[in-house]
Design a protein around this ligand. Structure first.
Ligand code: ARG
Length: 266
């Protein structure tokens, strides 16, 4: 009886295999309809912390991810022939996610820094940025970065803004948040005296109707954003760079830039 059962099982698996092969041969439904060939695109899993308007955030009207970075990576994927799989996660976990191959790339307003370059590779820069100090509109005390000593500061964990704040005041005066929105809310609520954050994000936040917040002093550091890729994924990096170059040359990059920042690329 055992032998018979085994034989039956073998026949069954043969039958399943045969059906499997036949299935592969038959054209898929959409391909039949359009008459086009069904070329499977390589997936590119891209991570970002989507709390960083106007670079990556959730559009309140549609519930979808949007922003300069989102549109840029969509255009890059289209150009390079990738199928984009965009995922949002905490900013301070993005590099670890790259290193453990959970994601293939990061586009998240991420500044190209020497420290990060030791563990990941960056594409050519795609945006010139810098940090700024934000305080409440009614604050007349803090006029620049040097006046932050001893003051309470909110920052986003793992950012260059956090590193800068640590230069200005002791760590016990700094509150670290997972999202940049939370840091800004803390300032609005008056729980901290200042926020150190990327200039374009702070400017956008104020412009979006948060007139109780203002920027003071100079733009602190010259930073450039790049797309981060694991060290070993050299082919991915090459494809991204080639696509970025094409988009800069054919005007598509300029178009997206103008849409989000209202001016020509710097
Ligand atoms: N440019 C800063 C950095 O690289 C902040 C980036 C934060 N990005 C974000 N999507 N929350 O550290």
């Amino acid at each position: 009886a055992v032998k018979f059962a085994l034989l039956a099982l073998m026949l069954l698996s043969l039958a399943v295999a045969a059906v499997g092969c036949g299935g592969k041969e038959a054209p898929k439904e959409p391909a039949k309809e359009t008459g086009k060939q069904d070329v499977a695109k390589t997936k590119l899993v891209v991570g970002a912390d989507a709390t960083f308007a106007p670079f990556e955030f959730t559009d309140p009207a549609t519930g979808k991810y949007t922003g300069f970075d989102v549109e840029l990576i969509q255009a890059i994927c289209e150009e390079a022939g990738y199928e984009l799989d965009f995922r949002s996660m905490g900013f301070d976990g993005l590099i670890a996610a790259l290193q453990t191959n959970q994601i293939d790339a990061v586009i998240s307003g991420m500044t190209i820094t020497e420290d990060r370059k030791k563990i990941v590779n960056f594409s050519e820069p795609y945006y010139k940025s810098g940090l700024v100090v934000a305080v409440q509109e009614k604050n007349n005390q803090i006029k620049n970065f040097d006046e932050l000593q001893g003051k309470k500061i909110a920052v986003q964990s793992g950012t260059t803004g956090a590193l800068h704040a640590e230069k200005a005041t002791s760590k016990d005066k700094i509150t670290y948040f997972t999202s940049s929105d939370q840091a800004m809310l803390e300032l609005k609520n008056g729980a901290v005296d200042a926020v150190v954050m990327d200039y374009p994000v702070t400017a956008y936040f104020i412009q979006q109707g948060n007139k109780d917040v203002k920027m003071v002093g100079e733009i602190l550091s010259a930073e450039e954003y790049g797309i981060a890729v694991p060290k070993e994924k050299t082919e991915t990096l090459e494809k991204i760079n080639t696509a970025l170059k094409t988009l800069k040359e054919n005007g598509k990059y300029g178009e997206i830039y103008k849409k989000w920042f209202g001016e020509e690329p710097k």
